[in-house]
Design a protein around this ligand. Structure first.
Ligand SMILES: O=C(O)CCC(=O)C(=O)O
Length: 324
């Protein structure tokens, strides 16, 4: 399906298009169309099934087509910065997320975004960008840089955050999901430490949230973005579906001291506490992601490969303001 969207945009919408461009789509694929407008236009002027995010008085649009229909619009961050646009929205199965407590998103962002993020990620790992205040081993074993967004702007504004925010809107049911915190967890080849089964809400209190606490599982989501291809060999995410709505399981400190902010928490006796026969591994291509809620038990293995790094970029959205 080829479409001359530059024509239809300018003729159908009462706005001044100063730059437009269009690319082809396949019937089951995605069309990415770039348009830049100098002024806003009324929602009523839009074709049906479009949504619109306004950014100041100027905005860039990407139209996403799924099965020949427009799926959504989101902001063309990468295009504005001239590094190409490849992020693709995918239909998000909200019901499945509510049932299972997680989703795998095969492609949250494309190769250009992965490369741009990985470039800065690697500079942080090499110490070329000083993150020393929060570059500490998770549980004294695994490289973890907390709050990379404090050290480089790419982690404050990038297409992965934009695409994830769109998804978080659907999953959390709020128009403006709030970013909570971000981190990088790196497992180099041969780094055999597991990230044991845990629920993220266990970290809500120091040193850990007591067992039995009710988990506000509709208030937080965590995105785990793969910047390398990941599978069971190099430490992809695993989840136990449908175990997120119960009170918090009993955790213990598996690594680090009780007052260490980058301590590692783990579910006590996970074989008894969880039905691990139901555990689902989520292999992904680079640019894919998982999203889970704060009650969903999850785990990653160590990196048993000899040559495949595993760079994870992790960030969270909430219905609440930070610290609220
Ligand atoms: O990346 C990992 O190894 C584990 C990530 C994780 O479990 C988490 O962020 O809660």
């Amino acid at each position: 399906m080829m479409m001359d969207l530059s024509l239809s945009l300018t003729s159908a919408w009462p706005c001044a298009a100063t730059e437009t461009g269009a690319s082809a789509s396949s019937p089951n694929g995605i069309a990415t169309v770039h348009a830049r407008f100098l002024r806003t236009f009324p929602i009523s002027a839009l074709p049906t099934n479009l949504s619109l995010f306004l950014i100041d008085d100027k905005f860039d649009l990407i139209l996403h087509f799924v099965n020949g229909s427009i799926y959504s619009i989101s902001r063309a961050w990468a295009w504005r910065r001239g590094i190409g646009i490849e992020e693709m929205m995918q239909p998000i199965d909200v019901e499945r997320f509510r049932r299972d407590g997680f989703l795998a998103i095969p492609q949250l962002v494309g190769a250009a975004t992965v490369a741009a993020l990985a470039d800065i990620y690697d500079a942080m790992l090499r110490g070329e960008i000083d993150c020393s205040a929060t570059d500490n081993p998770l549980g004294m074993t695994t490289r973890q840089i907390m709050l990379p967004s404090a050290y480089h702007p790419i982690f404050r504004d990038n297409p992965a955050l934009d695409a994830a925010r769109d998804i978080a809107r659907d999953l959390l049911g709020v128009a403006d999901p709030k970013p909570v915190f971000d981190m990088l967890i790196y497992k180099e080849p041969g780094q055999l430490a597991t990230t044991p089964w845990h629920q993220d809400y266990s970290y809500a209190q120091m040193p850990l949230t007591p067992a039995g606490t009710l988990v506000p599982s509709d208030e937080y989501v965590q995105f785990w973005v793969a910047l390398d291809d990941v599978d069971e060999e190099n430490g992809c995410m695993h989840f136990v579906p449908g175990a997120h709505d119960a009170p918090l399981l009993d955790h213990y400190i598996a690594g680090g001291d009780a007052d260490y902010s980058q301590r590692l928490l783990a579910i006590r006796d996970p074989e008894a506490a969880l039905d691990l026969t139901k555990a689902v591994a989520c292999p992904l291509k680079a640019g894919g992601a998982t999203v889970h809620n704060y009650g969903t038990p999850h785990f990653t293995s160590g990196n048993r490969t000899t040559a495949r790094p595993r760079r994870a970029y992790i960030f969270n959205f909430s219905t609440r303001d930070r610290g609220a």
